[in-house]
Design a protein around this ligand. Sequence first.
Ligand SMILES: Cc1ncc(C[n+]2csc(CCOP(=O)(O)OP(=O)(O)O)c2C)c(N)n1
Ligand SMILES: [Mg+2]
Length: 328
Amino acid sequence: MSERPDAPDRDTLLAMFEIQSRIKLCDERFRSLLTSGQIQLIYYSPRGQECISAGWGVHLRPDDYVVTIYRGLHDHLAKGVPLRELWAEFLGRATGTCKGKGGPMHITHPASGLMVTTGIVGSGIPIANGFGIASQLDGTDQVTVVNFGDGASNIGAFHEGLNMAAVWKLPVVFVCQNNLYGEHTPMAMSTGVEFISERAAAYGMPGVTVNGNDPVATWTVMGEAIARARAGEGPTLVEARTYRFYGHLMGDAMEYMDKDERKAAMEADPVVLYREWLLANGHASEGDLAEIEEVITAAIDDAVEFAMNSPFPDAAELYTDVYAEAQQ
Ligand SMILES: Cc1ncc(C[n+]2csc(CCOP(=O)(O)OP(=O)(O)O)c2C)c(N)n1
Ligand SMILES: [Mg+2]
């Protein structure tokens, strides 16, 4: 097993805060523009799950790969997808990461290493293995982090994919963001184990459960799994326990969620608690953190304006970049 990384230094702590804040502030802007009717799109809020992406985000290199799901805004931002192109793609504009043809469920930006966002539950796992095989064949030490939900861990592709990754020692980190619900079903009603990380044992890889709302614990576990993959020691299954603040998707009445459970989770908002922790432990001053937030807010203002003023794709573009040219 690779050595446990040391505690995060101040720059890393602040980098995690920056990523978390970028996610929180982007999410708040999406929800406010949606509820005021200024934009229309399908939106799956990742609010509450910020620490997980920040935890792996600060360990990855620009040339590492990330795969995520429809609830992926936090992962896109943690991998560094630029705000203007991200917002434009969410709004279906021609200036977006996929020229407006992917939309929120299919954000893809290879230049940042955000290789694919999928809407089919579990489908990112075999794709991530493909990136892992590519890194092995190319002889690089690039790592792939694939994010998926607790619900996805009951899909066949999860089991086949983990087995293959273990057998071939692929440089892939499987990050199960366990927010305790799959669509409208609580995890306990659909999953036979208490901890999804237990499933790793069946495939001969390490499995670890971490409190995904604890930034430092998450950073430590992610660092270990990423270092292991980079060293050619094979994959790890990380189960990061968290909570989904706003139901499955925007507009969800959330009647199936326990009100007290949700209230308690929102009162223990991991981004707010982390901010307080940074201040209480002297890692940053109020001014330092406020400045980070102001810079992000200005960048979001700019990205929203850019996206709103961008054209929709032209109808003549319908088939461009959709099919590969036939080889003669
Ligand atoms: C193969 C497949 N089955 C069903 C669906 C419908 N569906 C969309 S999201 C979802 C729940 C997935 O839950 P989870 O994996 O926990 O991710 P979360 O939304 O909680 O982040 C389901 C069943 C789908 N998109 N794909
Ligand atoms: Mg879930």
